[in-house]
Design a protein around this ligand. Structure first.
Ligand code: 3HC
Length: 315
């Protein structure tokens, strides 16, 4: 019996338009499945690569309280990766394939994690700006059309808001501290501001996937809309910290009802996305090393599971 793909496509789009959630067992266009594997896997890769710059600071945190908080955050990120890899596997791809795509460079992860975290203030700026930007995007994704992705986002957003607050609190402590500490916070803001704006992706007119993503309610806002929302929310926070704005072009535009801001260096963005950022090689080799060193754990866990299975079957 010939399957009428056109009819199925039309019925699928009607389901999306009616606000229904798509579940893994539902019929879906192959392109819908593939773009979710692409986006969810890159989101998951971002979570686990994102553990690296912060993990480096756990042993160097300035107090036990800061150490415990950072440890909890980094552990959360690993859990976020787990939820997202699991959501991705519902689309028919294995964990091993996902990691092979990361290690071979076929799959991307967020450009932001290819920048070095060089001072303790970076732990503040990363929590405040990077997790803040991630939340902006992820709150939108709690209403994305693919069920497992949307549900994973609900738990992740709750934990991200703790991440953002602890980052802002680090910045506030530094800004209320000595002149040297405040300078460290300012220098960190200046370094992380532009890469944080780049997290939202290329300009809408250069975005490969946005048009279809909006049609399929994968995205409910465009890259530029979320970026603008982030700037509008963050500028008052910078002023509350008593720090200088990292972009002299930032200015409230009454007519637009938004902050105007300066031009993003898109050459830098594509250079980092293309693998030539400050830390791309270091991050990828750290991930490959972790994968190789973790092989024995995976083998032991799989052997145990197989043993348990054979004992169950023997009963
Ligand atoms: N870093 C790396 N690659 C990026 C990028 C970025 N910041 N922004 C866009 N790209 C890539 C896209 O992946 C795409 O390449 P591909 O076709 O090879 O996948 C290309 O640039 C064109 O960009 P588009 O805007 O057309 O791509 P999308 O429609 O996928 O939009 C996105 C990009 C907004 C990042 C979207 O993929 C998305 O919302 N992803 C889910 C959220 C996510 O991944 N966030 C990453 C941060 S998670 C995090 O920070 C962890 C937190 O705990 C701190």
């Amino acid at each position: 019996m010939e399957i009428d793909i056109n009819r199925l496509d039309l019925e699928f789009q009607a389901k999306i338009d009616s606000g229904k959630t798509i579940e893994p067992k539902d019929w879906m266009p192959e392109k819908y499945r593939k773009t979710h594997i692409r986006q969810i896997s890159q989101h998951a890769h971002s979570e686990i690569v994102g553990m690296l710059p912060e993990g480096n600071w756990i042993t160097r945190a300035p107090s036990m309280r800061r150490k415990v908080t950072l440890l909890a955050k980094v552990q959360d990120e690993g859990g976020h990766g787990l939820y997202l890899y699991s959501a991705c596997e519902t689309l028919g791809i294995s964990r091993d394939e996902l990691f092979e795509q990361l290690h071979s460079g076929k799959a991307k992860y967020s450009s932001i994690f290819n920048y070095p975290a060089v001072t303790w203030a970076d732990m503040g700026a990363v929590g405040w700006l990077v997790d803040g930007a991630a939340i902006m995007n992820q709150v939108m994704l709690t209403r994305t059309s693919f069920g497992p992705y949307a549900r994973a986002m609900v738990r992740i957003c709750k934990e991200e808001s703790f991440h953002q607050r602890q980052g802002f609190e680090i910045m506030l402590s530094l800004c209320n501290g000595t002149a040297v500490q405040k300078h460290m916070a300012q220098e960190s803001l200046n370094r992380w501001w532009w890469p944080s704006l780049m997290m939202f992706g290329p300009r809408d007119e250069e975005s490969t996937h946005t048009e279809q993503a909006i049609k399929w309610k994968i995205k409910l806002k465009t890259n530029d809309e979320l970026r603008q929302q982030f700037v509008d929310q963050t500028v008052p926070q910078i002023e509350l910290l008593g720090l200088e704005l990292p972009d002299p072009a930032i200015k409230w535009n009454e007519e637009r009802g938004h902050y105007d801001f300066g031009a993003i260096d898109w050459d830098e963005f594509w250079r980092v996305v293309g693998g030539n950022g400050p830390c791309n090689r270091e991050r990828l080799s750290a991930r490959k090393e972790a994968w190789e060193k973790g092989a024995w754990v995976r083998e032991a866990a799989l052997a145990y599971a197989e043993k348990q299975e054979s004992l169950r079957e023997a009963v």
